[in-house]
Design a protein around this ligand. Structure first.
Ligand code: PLP
Length: 503
């Protein structure tokens, strides 16, 4: 028999007796986050791991606070105060977007109901909603009715999943050491990780060169396909990128598709970043040819303004998904599949899986696809304006004009011999320093990368709230830090202070 006091004895367990506590706790959490967001005058506090680590280490996990407000007070100190805020217009670093409110609504609902998308008997409508979204995404890609796919934890998992299917579809007896995956030198590192996880040899991923715009050169791909064939190697997949991480470049998909079709090779398009174009009314054509892929990665948490995680892998022929299927008697026995019971675990690499699709569902139901595409178009427009700004600024050199929303550039010390060994080292060190000093100030957060072995700075613009004035301001800050390095710190290079700041 249930005790009449059971609810009071288990106040933290979410149940019909604790919904008032749930409501209060969620309202309290929302108020704290709203307060933080309203007050954040910079994207980051600049805290160092050395300063924050002792505060977190000092918390005694054996002694609970028994109170939401007290736990949230503590959280303010160890997390909310120093978190990196992607919604801030001067967060310009990685592929993190600000998120839309309908998606946050979805996040709140999905974690409270806590469906697990592995089987119908753990999710019911959740399964069907995910399936509708896969169908919708496949339609946007231009796949036919045989297409299918599944939500994943991110682009890394989507790429791994696609390459697993590609390997199985290659139907080859070739030893793993003879299998090859071809991508461009600007492709994402998760392709290499996937190859390793699939047990391919260390030289399995072959990169081909890119053109001046950092797009895969089809002629180089043709040469590599031919070379592999003559060497008795089996190309199990070509990975084209629609939105490279550093340059936002989009490989020439129609030409690459034609080469893959002629060679009978699986084409995977990594559109983790570029997938936002699927809902762009002005730029959808940049993805022309994607419909000829065998599989596609989309990261809704990069360019659909969704919270982490929200990603999917899609395949032109859904039958390929059978390669990831396993029928467990306790969970999804084969007889269920034969009866048409929709168990998503039959298609996924994961078993227990979040209902991340709900965030995209509510986004589409509240805002609609055009409004999401408009947000993405705005950031692409802003990046084009930012390119013009940097290109016209003699303090900087810029690499390429991105068709998406990145900007790779670097500060050039005005009086250093730019092309000599010492001048280059000075420029490298000044740019490295500027990035770190800026992050330490918390005024803005930018990324860095290397191009041709030299250190560059990178903006990834994903926030429509970022104005050109914000960009100009961050450029001034970077130039100030870099020049300070050149004037004051470079002469001391090697001193403990300088080594510390730049390490
Ligand atoms: C082109 C590309 N592919 C794949 C990934 C990996 O995605 P995730 O971080 O969601 O695993 C990234 C991440 O930045 C990316 O830029």
């Amino acid at each position: 028999m249930t005790s009449p006091h059971a609810g009071a004895a288990r106040p933290h367990l979410f149940s019909d007796r604790t919904v008032e506590g749930y409501r209060r706790a969620m309202a309290e959490a929302t108020a704290r986050v709203a307060g933080r967001i309203r007050r954040a005058d910079r994207p980051f506090s600049g805290v160092s791991p050395e300063r924050l680590a002792p505060e977190i280490a000092a918390i005694d996990l054996e002694r609970p606070l028994h109170d939401h407000a007290a736990a949230l007070d503590e959280l303010e100190r160890v997390y909310l105060r120093d978190a990196v805020y992607f919604h801030h217009p001067r967060y310009l670093a990685h592929l993190n977007c600000p998120v839309v409110i309908p998606a946050l609504l979805g996040e709140a609902v999905l974690s409270a109901v806590n469906s697990s998308l592995d089987t119908w008997d753990q999710s019911a409508g959740g399964t069907l909603i995910e399936r509708r979204l896969i169908e919708w995404t496949a339609g946007r890609i231009g796949f036919g009715p045989a297409a299918d796919g599944v939500f994943t934890s991110g682009g890394t998992q989507s790429n791994l999943h696609a390459l697993l299917l590609a390997r199985e579809e290659a139907r080859t007896e070739a030893a793993p050491a003879r299998l090859r995956v071809i991508t461009s030198e600007a492709g994402h590192f998760s392709v290499r990780k996937a190859a390793k996880l699939l047990g391919l040899g260390p030289g399995a991923v072959v990169t081909v060169e890119t053109d001046g715009e950092r797009r895969m050169r089809p002629a180089a791909l043709a040469r590599e396909l031919d070379r592999c064939h003559r060497a008795g190697q089996v190309v199990m997949a070509v990975v084209a990128t629609a939105g490279t991480t550093d340059f936002g470049s989009i490989d020439p998909l129609p030409e690459i598709a034609a080469l893959c079709e002629a060679a009978g090779v699986w084409l995977h398009v990594d559109a983790a970043y570029g997938c936002g174009l699927l809902v762009s009314r002005r730029r959808r054509r940049l993805l022309d040819g994607i419909e000829r892929a065998d599989s596609v990665t989309v990261d809704f948490h990069k360019s659909f303004f969704q919270p982490v995680s929200s990603s999917a892998v899609l395949v032109r022929d859904g039958a390929a998904l059978r390669h990831a299927a396993h029928h467990a008697d306790y969970l999804n026995p084969r007889r269920m599949a034969e009866r048409g019971i929709p168990n998503q675990v039959d298609k996924s690499l994961q078993t227990t899986r979040r209902f991340d699709a709900l965030k995209l569902w509510l986004t589409l139901r509240v805002m609609g696809p055009d409004a999401v595409g408009e947000l993405f178009d705005e950031v692409v427009d802003r990046a084009a304006e930012a390119y013009d700004l940097v290109a016209a600024d003699p303090r900087f050199e810029v690499v390429t004009r991105s068709p998406l929303s990145t900007l790779v550039f670097r500060y050039l010390p005005p009086d250093g011999p730019q092309h000599g060994g010492l001048g280059r080292k000075l420029a490298d060190d000044a740019n490295l320093y500027a990035r770190e000093a800026l992050a330490a100030s918390g005024e803005a957060v930018v990324a860095g990368t290397t191009v041709g072995g030299r250190h560059y700075l990178k903006f990834t613009l994903l926030n429509p709230e970022t104005t050109l004035d914000d960009v100009a301001h961050v450029l001034d800050l970077l130039a100030g830090h870099a020049q300070r390095y050149v004037d004051d710190l470079a002469p001391l290079a090697g001193s403990p202070e300088v080594t510390h700041v730049c390490s």
